[in-house]
Design a protein around this ligand. Structure first.
Ligand SMILES: [Zn+2]
Length: 91
């Protein structure tokens, strides 16, 4: 089991915590090519982060529609999403 986990970890390239930090830049198209590559590989393999990006994207889209601006993700939203992700991971 430990070997499998190591393998998965390497395959994901970056930790979920790092991926989460890249999300806002990713949605802003502001990632460096190397970060973008790592992020996309991670996202392709990590269901938790896919859900997270989806939630953030919906949040940003909803807010953008009303204000017609790129709106930063609110810390309050982030906390709720982190909590939701943690619940998902306890399995
Ligand atoms: Zn992840």
């Amino acid at each position: 089991m430990t070997d499998d986990q190591e393998f998965i970890k390497n395959d994901l390239r970056i930790a979920c915590a790092d991926a989460v930090e890249l999300v806002t830049d990713y949605l802003d198209d502001a990632l460096a090519p190397r970060d973008l590559d790592d992020f996309q590989v991670h996202l392709g393999l990590c269901e938790g982060c896919q859900v997270f990006v989806d939630q953030i994207r919906k949040t940003v889209t909803l807010t953008s529609q009303t204000q017609d601006l790129t709106v930063p993700v609110e810390p309050a939203n982030m906390d709720a999403l982190f909590a939701a992700l943690d619940e998902k991971r306890t399995d």
